[in-house]
Design a binder for this molecule. Structure first.
Ligand SMILES: Cc1cc2nc3c(=O)[nH]c(=O)nc-3n(C[C@H](O)[C@H](O)[C@H](O)COP(=O)(O)O)c2cc1C
Length: 376
C-alpha cells in the first residue's frame, strides 16, 4: 500500500490520504490504537500556554473534554513517543496566544518527524476571548507572520481552519507565501461539506489540502477528493465508528489501483475545478470551458496549443475514432464513450495509462495558470 500513493509534504510521507482529525480530550495515544491503517493522525488539540490552558480548564468545568496538564510539553512529548514509528504520519494540533509556544511545539514536532498544526479552528467562547483558535483567522497578516516565524524551525506546518469565517482564498494565498505547507479545511456547509470552498482553494493555491467535514462514507469521501482535496480527514464519524477509517483507506486504495488518480477532478461542465480542463473538448462551441478559461486567465488559443503540444508523440495524440481526432480532447475515464474506447484499443491504451496521461496533461495545464490571478 505504501508504494501506491505518492504523498509527501516536506519530511512527512503519508501511506494513504485518509486522516483522523484532532478532537480535544479524545485523540490521544490510546485512541490512536484504533487507527493503524490511517495515513495521518492528529494528536490534540493541546493548549500550550497559560492563557489557553486556563481556557481549557474553564471548558472542562462546563463539561467539555480537553487535554489538561500542568506540563503540556512533557505530555505532548510522551504522546509523540508512543505513536511515532508505527507507520502512521502524526500531527499535533495546538493553540496558543503568542508565537513562542508554537515555535517550541514546532521544534518538538520536527524532532519526531511530525506536523505542527496551528489550531485556527476552535470557536469555544473561552478561546475566542483570548484571541486563540478561530479568532486568529481574522488577522491574516498576524497569522502569516506567525506561520513564517514557526516555519523557521523547519517543521512541516499545517493550519486547521473552518471555511467561511474570512475570505478563504485571500487567507490561503498569503499563508502559502508565508511558508504554510498544509491547509486543513473544515468546509462546514449548511448541509454537509461545502465543496465549492475546496475547489476554490484548489484553483487558487498549490497548498496541500486536507478536506474535512461530514465525511461518513465512500460517497462523501469521493466528493471531497474530486473537489481537489489531496487528503480527507474524519473526526466525529471516526469516533462513532473507528472501522470507518479502514474502510475509507481500502476504498481509496482501490480507486488508486484502478485509475491511478484517486482525486481526479470532475468534468468542468459538472462543476469540476480547473484540473478538469484536461477532460474538455476544444473550446469552440458555447460551453462552460470558456468560463473556466476566463477564470484561469488562459486564452482558448493557448489552451488548445497546450493540449495539442502535450499530445505530440504520446498515446493521446491520435484518436481516429474520436470527435476531434485526438484523445487530448476526450472525457473522464468513468464516462462510457465507445468512440474513445475504440481509439484506446487502437492505440493500445488501457484505462490506467489513459488516466496517467490525462493527469500529466492536467499538470501541464495547471503549470500554465498563474494561481495568484485565478478569479474565484
Ligand atoms: C469533540 C470534538 C473535539 C474537537 N477538538 C478539536 C481540536 O482540538 N482542534 C481542532 O482543530 N478541531 C477540533 N475538532 C473539530 C474536528 O477536528 C473536525 O474539524 C470537525 O468535527 C468536523 O469534522 P467531522 O465532520 O469529520 O467531525 C473537534 C471536534 C469534536 C467533535
Amino acid at each position: 500500500m505504501s508504494d501506491l500513493f505518492d504523498l509527501k509534504v516536506g519530511y512527512v510521507t503519508f501511506k494513504n490520504p485518509v486522516a483522523v482529525a484532532s478532537m480535544a480530550g479524545v485523540t490521544d495515544s490510546d485512541f490512536f490504537g484504533n487507527f493503524p491503517d490511517a495515513g495521518l493522525y492528529f494528536l490534540g488539540g493541546y493548549s500550550l500556554d497559560e492563557a489557553t490552558m486556563d481556557a481549557s480548564r474553564e471548558m472542562v468545568r462546563r463539561g467539555r473534554k480537553e487535554f489538561v496538564s500542568d506540563d503540556i510539553f512533557a505530555l505532548i512529548e510522551s504522546e509523540l513517543k508512543k505513536v511515532s514509528g508505527k507507520g502512521v504520519a502524526i500531527g499535533i494540533n495546538v493553540r496558543a496566544t503568542s508565537p513562542e509556544p508554537f515555535i517550541r511545539a514546532a521544534e518538538l514536532a520536527k524532532k519526531y518527524g511530525a506536523i505542527l498544526e496551528i489550531n485556527g479552528h476552535c470557536r469555544q467562547e473561552e478561546m475566542g476571548a483570548i484571541n486563540a483558535g478561530e479568532a486568529m483567522l481574522k488577522d491574516r497578516i498576524a497569522l502569516a507572520r506567525l506561520v513564517s516565524e514557526v516555519k523557521k524551525t523547519g517543521a512541516v506546518i499545517s493550519l486547521k481552519m473552518r471555511s467561511g469565517i474570512v475570505d478563504d482564498v485571500k487567507l490561503a494565498r498569503i499563508l502559502e507565501k508565508a511558508g504554510l505547507d498544509i491547509l486543513h479545511v473544515d468546509a462546514m456547509g449548511v448541509k454537509g461539506a461545502n465543496l465549492n470552498v475546496i475547489k476554490k482553494l484548489r484553483d487558487s493555491t498549490s497548498l496541500f489540502i486536507i478536506g474535512n467535514n461530514s465525511i461518513t462514507n465512500y460517497e462523501t469521501a469521493q466528493a471531497m477528493y474530486s473537489a481537489g482535496a489531496d487528503m480527507i480527514s474524519v473526526a466525529r464519524a471516526a469516533m462513532a465508528n473507528p472501522k470507518l477509517i479502514k474502510g475509507l483507506v481500502s476504498y481509496t486504495g482501490d480507486q488508486q489501483k484502478q485509475t491511478g488518480w484517486y482525486n481526479a477532478p470532475s468534468h468542468i461542465c459538472r462543476g469540476g475545478d480547473l484540473r478538469g480542463l484536461t477532460w474538455c473538448c476544444p473550446p469552440i462551441k458555447e460551453c462552460p470551458v470558456h468560463g473556466a478559461l476566463a477564470r484561469a486567465n488562459l486564452s482558448p488559443e493557448k489552451f488548445a496549443r497546450i493540449k495539442l503540444k502535450f499530445g505530440e508523440g504520446t498515446k493521446l495524440e491520435k484518436g481516429s475514432t474520436t470527435c476531434f481526432g485526438s484523445m487530448v480532447w476526450c472525457c473522464k475515464f468513468n464516462k462510457p464513450c465507445y468512440l474513445r474506447e475504440d481509439s484506446m484499443a487502437e492505440n493500445k491504451l488501457d484505462y490506467k495509462e489513459y488516466t496517467a496521461l490525462k493527469k500529466k496533461l492536467s499538470e501541464e495545464i495547471i503549470r500554465n495558470i498563474d494561481k495568484e490571478k485565478v478569479v474565484t
